[in-house]
Design a binder for this molecule. Structure first.
Ligand code: DON
Length: 313
């Protein structure tokens, strides 16, 4: 096994000069991101951290938050009920697809795309918005092991421009997937997307999943062990949207991306990996992030499908 610290340093210098892609702009505030920011962090299940680059810079989690709230509603309502609202099939469509609801049930196909994540947000328990929002924050704080805040500018920017997500939410209301609190569900979703975390935090969240839901350092349970497999399998089949097949082929680990430039991957029983770099490709994934994950998978033998000299190089 190569030395992890030297490997990530090598990959950081290999991809730092790559200039493909650009920061997301459909949420205007995200377009202000510095395209040169680039960080790689690996956290093992015993809490060792290997890091390089802008690892302490914070960014809004965006869609990297989706698996975590899914885990929380599974705990609150159980599999059967959650499955009645959101399916577990990949779509082959973009993350913000409007047309894709299951033909018979009208459920969103899965919780990793926006329609599924909005349905998940509508299920967050609590007496009122503040109470529900507190539950979300405390969930993410348990995963990272410290307090967190929201990027209010990103939140407002998304809320103001979210005509597409708003239309998805109304479609979900039409089919009785979500209740009448449409704007509240959307706000909860936009808030979770606006949570500020660093690449180091994201890798700790990934390591917590790799450690069966237990934070490697605080030892607090972030999610019950029995739901970790639900989260990881959905990340694996749907986490990279319409490039999930390509990801399985070339990387081969459960992962989730976000349009602000974060990608995290989980190696169960071993480690969590997070890469951050704002320029994204046309599917919404960090360009440098995808390249780093491909190389890491190859060099550290991470793919669940490939052993020995069987890698896509
Ligand atoms: O709903 C949206 O459009 C954003 N808040 C999140 C999208 C996202 O991160 C897609 N991932 N690559």
């Amino acid at each position: 096994m190569p030395n992890i610290q030297s490997l990530i340093e090598e990959l950081h210098s290999k991809y730092q000069s790559h200039t493909e892609g650009s920061p997301a702009s459909y949420i205007p505030e995200l377009a202000k991101a510095n395209p040169n920011h680039f960080a790689i962090v690996i956290t093992t299940i015993s809490g060792e951290i290997y890091k390089i680059g802008d690892t302490e810079n914070t960014f809004s989690l965006q869609s990297t938050s989706k698996p975590f709230t899914y885990g929380m509603v599974l705990e609150n309502f159980g599999r059967e009920f959650v499955l009645s609202k959101v399916g577990v099939e990949p779509t082959g469509e973009a993350f913000n697809s409007i047309v894709e609801l299951e033909k018979q049930t009208h459920r969103p196909y899965n919780p990793m795309i926006n329609s599924g994540a909005i349905a998940v947000s509508s299920l967050i328990k609590g007496n009122n918005f503040e109470d529900r929002f507190k539950k979300v924050m405390s969930l993410f704080e348990t995963y990272v092991g410290h307090s967190l805040s929201i990027d209010e500018h990103v939140f407002e920017s998304e809320k103001k421009t979210a005509h597409r997500n708003r239309s998805i939410a109304h479609l979900l209301r039409h089919f009785d997937v979500i209740d009448d609190k449409i704007e509240e569900s959307l706000d909860l979703y936009f808030k979770q997307c606006s949570i500020l975390a660093s690449t180091r935090d994201l890798s700790m969240m990934a390591a917590t999943l790799a450690n069966n839901g237990i934070h490697p350092v605080t030892k607090k349970v972030a999610v019950q062990e029995k739901y970790v497999g639900d989260m990881l399998s959905l990340m694996f089949t749907c986490g990279m949207y319409d490039s999930s097949g390509e990801w399985a082929y070339s990387v081969g680990i459960p992962a989730k991306s976000g349009v602000s430039g974060g990608i995290f991957g989980v190696i169960p029983g071993k480690m969590g990996i997070a890469v951050f770099s704002p320029p994204i490709d046309d599917k919404g994934h960090s360009v440098r992030g995808v390249e780093v994950f491909k190389d890491l998978s190859h060099k550290l033998n991470l793919s669940i499908f490939r052993v020995g000299n069987n890698h896509v190089s």
